[in-house]
Design a protein around this ligand. Structure first.
Ligand code: SF4
Length: 184
């Protein structure tokens, strides 16, 4: 809290990401929203996602609808305009200095608008958090590939992005990395 308050005081744009889990912190939803009344922070509630070693189970997901039920009983959220590629549904509340957002990866996927690609620390392209690594750009560069060859590999890998991820019941079969391995 001291760090967050210090960031706000010096005018840094502060974003607070909150992974919400039933029985752990869903009773803090209202407190986080109330925090945006006086503080110009962007609070984003995130559905718990499965990564290697994080003990994910479907019943540990506190979904968007459930979050809205809790929050809507106390606050009136107004949808803010966004871009197709936004990962969060953003809302303002009259009289609040900050905003509230939801990242609904598990119950209301937004893959069709997702423009995220990542490069792992080993130089491999990852076109989705939940799909296997693709081309090793590191190896291509070390073996003398041209820029056009690398661009062509990236384009081919991008075609593997899916329009929608599978339902939660199938996610345990995905061979996924941990967030630490992916790099955030
Ligand atoms: S494509 Fe992958 S990274 Fe993008 S929103 Fe869907 S699951 Fe998440």
């Amino acid at each position: 809290m001291a760090g967050i308050c210090a960031a706000i005081e010096v005018g840094l744009p502060a974003k607070i990401n909150v992974v919400v889990m039933p029985g752990l912190n869903e009773d803090e939803l209202v407190d986080f929203v109330a925090f945006t009344r006086e503080n110009p922070v962007q609070v984003r509630f995130i559905e718990f996602m499965p990564f290697s070693g994080n003990l994910w189970k479907p019943d540990r997901v506190f979904g968007y609808r459930e979050m809205r039920e809790v929050i809507d009983s106390r606050f009136e959220l107004r949808a803010l305009p966004g871009e197709t590629s936004d990962v969060a549904k953003e809302f303002s509340i009259d009289g609040h200095a900050g905003t509230v957002g939801f990242i609904t990866s598990m119950t209301d996927s937004f893959c069709s608008g997702c423009n995220r690609i990542r490069l792992t620390a080993e130089g491999k392209l990852k076109t989705c958090l939940f799909l296997p690594n693709r081309s090793s750009l590191r190896d291509m560069m070390r073996s003398g590939a041209t820029d056009e060859e690398i661009a062509s590999a990236i384009r081919a890998d991008l075609m593997t992005k899916w329009k929608e991820h599978p339902p939660m019941s199938e996610w345990k079969h995905l061979d996924n990395l941990s967030m630490v391995q992916i790099g955030g």
